[in-house]
Design a protein around this ligand. Structure first.
Ligand code: CS2
Length: 499
C-alpha cells in the first residue's frame, strides 16, 4: 500500500519556516509591479529577476515584475499557487546555495490573456519592459537584422488580430500605453543579439510601418517616449530537470515547482538610458554604462560562439554534456585556438576586460559539471544564433586576408549535425531548430561534402550572399565536412591541432 506524504508548497505562509541557509532578500507582500517581462523562462528567473530582487532589497521601489509567458501556461501553473515565489539553486563544484526570489509578483500567459498583457504594458505604474524571448523570438532577417516583414504571423498581427508574435505584443502594449496616456517607458532587450536595444527598436519601427495607415503615427510617439538601451546578459542556466526539483525540495523543506538552477557567476551590463526610472540594479552588481556594445560583442564572439563550438563538436564526438566536452583536452585546445587565432584579432575588448583572463574564466565556467548543461540545449536554434556569434568572426578574418580555420570548423560541425542528425557513432541527435525542415529538404540527396556545403552556404535565411559565395569559406567548410564525415569530430580536431 502506498503512503501519501503531502509536502507543503512554497508560498508567503512558509517563508518564516524555511531552513536557515536559504537566502531571501525581500518581503514581497504588497510589492507593486513596475516591470513587465516578456518571455518568462528559466533565464529571466535566474538573472534579471534576481538582480531586481536584490535592487529592491537595497533601495526599495515598486519594481515588482509581471512575468509574461508566450504560449504555454506551465510557468503560471508553477508560480501562481506559490505567491509568485520560486528558488534559484546556484551550483559550483560540490557547493550548492539556494535563494528564494520574491520580485515576480504576477504571471500572465500572453496567448490566454493578450488584452491584459497590453494593459500591463500600458499602465502608468509600469516603467520598464524587459525581454528574453530568444534569438528566434524577434523574427529577424538574419542577413540585415531587420524584421521579416513577409512573415505571415507578423503580417497578421499588424493587421490587428490578438497578437502572437513578440513584436506584435510589444507594439499592442505601446499603442495601448499611448491611448491610456501611460507616459514614457524603457524597453530592455536581454537576449544575445548584437546591439540588442537598437535591434529591438528597429524591429518595432519596421512593425509600425506595417500597421494600417491610420495607426502608423504610433512610430512618432514611440520615438519620443520610449528608450531601447542595449545590454549584455550572462549566466549559464540549463533547463530544470526532475532531479533539480527534488534537490530544491530537500534544500527548502517545501515543494517548489518553479525552481531554476544556475551557475554562481552572473553578469549584467546595461546602458543607462532610462526614460522613466529603473531599479537600482547597480546596487545588485549590474554595471551601468554608456555603451554596452563592446561587452556584448566580446560575450557573443568568445563565450557564445565557443559554447556553440563545444555543443556541435562535442555532440558529434558523443558527449551529452557541455562540461564533459569542455574537459576533453582536444576540444579545450580547439576552443583556445579558435578564440586566440580567429576571434581575438577582430575584438576591441571594453576597458577593464582582459581577454586572456576572460577566456580562461569562460572555459572554466563551461567545465562546471554540477550544472548538467546538455550539448543539445546549446546546439538548438543554431540557424538563429550563429549569425551573431560566428559569422562576424569569419568575415573579419577573411578581410584580414586570413583563413578562419576554427570558426569554419564550428560552422561545418553545425552543418554535419543538422544534415546527418546523428553523432559519430550513429546515435540520433535531437537538435531543435526552426529551420530544421528547410535544411533537411535542402540537403536531401546530397551525396558529397562539397554538395552539402554548397547547399547550406547558399541558405539565404542564414548567410549573406557575399559570405556564402566566398571561395575560401567553401573550401574550408568542404574540407572540414569531409573530415568530419570520414573520421569524426575528435580525430578531425586532433589532425588540425597537429597540422
Ligand atoms: C548558450 C547561452 O544556449 C546557448 O546558446 O550559449 O544560453 C549561454 O549559456 C548564455 O548566453 C550564458 O550567458
Amino acid at each position: 500500500m502506498g503512503v501519501f506524504v503531502s509536502v507543503r508548497r512554497l508560498g508567503f505562509d512558509c517563508l518564516n519556516s524555511l531552513p536557515p541557509g536559504v537566502g531571501r532578500s525581500i518581503d514581497a507582500r504588497g510589492l507593486g509591479v513596475g516591470i513587465v517581462h516578456l518571455g518568462l523562462g528559466a533565464f529571466h528567473r535566474a538573472h534579471q529577476a534576481v538582480y531586481t530582487d536584490a535592487a529592491i532589497a537595497a533601495a526599495g521601489g515598486q519594481w515588482g515584475i509581471c512575468g509574461v509567458t508566450q504560449r504555454s501556461d506551465a510557468v503560471a501553473r508553477q508560480l501562481r499557487p506559490q505567491d509568485g515565489l520560486y528558488s534559484v539553486v546556484s551550483r559550483e563544484g560540490e557547493q550548492a546555495s539556494v535563494q528564494v526570489v520574491g520580485s515576480m509578483r504576477e504571471v500572465l500567459c500572453a496567448q490566454q490573456a493578450p488584452a491584459e498583457v497590453a494593459d500591463r504594458i500600458a499602465r502608468a505604474a509600469t516603467k520598464v519592459v524587459t525581454l528574453t524571448v530568444t534569438e528566434k523570438g524577434y523574427r529577424l532577417n538574419p542577413v540585415d537584422g531587420r524584421l521579416r516583414v513577409d512573415d505571415p504571423d507578423v503580417v497578421a498581427d499588424a493587421a490587428g488580430r490578438p497578437p502572437i508574435t513578440v513584436v506584435g505584443r510589444l507594439v499592442a502594449g505601446l499603442a495601448e500605453r499611448r491611448r491610456q496616456d501611460g507616459g514614457p517607458l524603457t524597453v530592455v532587450c536581454c537576449d544575445n543579439l548584437t546591439r540588442n536595444g537598437a535591434r529591438v527598436a528597429s524591429v518595432v519601427a519596421d512593425f509600425c510601418e506595417l500597421l494600417p495607415p491610420g495607426q502608423r503615427d504610433l512610430a512618432a510617439w514611440i520615438d519620443d517616449q520610449v528608450r531601447f538601451p542595449s545590454t549584455m546578459v550572462d549566466r549559464i542556466v540549463p533547463a530544470t530537470t526532475p532531479a533539480d526539483l527534488a534537490e530544491a525540495r530537500r534544500l527548502l523543506g517545501v515543494e517548489d515547482r518553479g525552481t531554476v538552477v544556475a551557475e554562481a557567476f552572473s553578469q549584467w551590463v546595461i546602458e543607462d538610458d532610462f526614460r522613466a526610472g529603473r531599479p537600482a540594479w547597480e546596487l545588485a552588481g549590474a554595471t551601468m554604462t554608456g555603451d554596452a556594445g563592446p561587452w556584448e560583442t566580446v560575450k557573443l564572439r568568445v563565450l557564445n560562439a565557443t559554447h556553440s563550438g563545444l555543443a556541435y563538436l562535442g555532440a558529434l564526438g558523443g558527449y551529452q554534456f557541455i562540461a564533459d566536452a569542455a574537459r576533453d583536452e582536444r576540444l579545450e585546445e580547439m576552443s583556445r585556438r579558435f578564440i586566440t587565432e580567429d576571434v581575438a584579432p577582430a575584438l576591441t575588448p571594453p576597458e577593464g576586460c582582459d581577454l586572456d583572463a576572460y577566456t580562461g574564466s569562460v572555459l572554466l565556467r563551461f567545465s562546471n559539471r554540477a550544472l548538467g548543461h546538455r550539448c543539445d540545449q546549446v546546439a538548438m536554434d543554431g540557424s538563429q544564433k550563429l549569425g551573431a556569434r560566428l559569422l562576424p568572426t569569419i568575415t573579419a578574418s577573411l578581410s584580414r586576408g586570413e583563413r578562419p580555420l576554427w570558426a569554419t570548423l564550428i560552422l561545418a560541425a553545425w552543418m554535419q549535425c543538422m544534415a546527418e542528425r546523428r553523432d559519430d557513432t550513429g546515435a540520433p541527435l535531437r537538435i531543435d531548430d526552426p529551420l530544421a525542415e528547410t535544411i533537411a529538404t535542402r540537403v536531401a540527396g546530397a551525396a558529397g561534402a562539397r554538395t552539402v556545403a554548397e547547399r547550406l552556404l547558399t541558405l539565404p535565411e542564414l548567410f549573406p550572399p557575399e559570405l556564402g559565395a566566398n571561395r575560401a569559406v567553401w573550401d574550408l567548410v568542404t574540407a572540414h565536412l569531409s573530415s568530419l564525415r570520414a573520421y569524426g569530430a575528435l580525430p578531425t580536431i586532433e589532425g588540425l591541432l597537429r597540422s
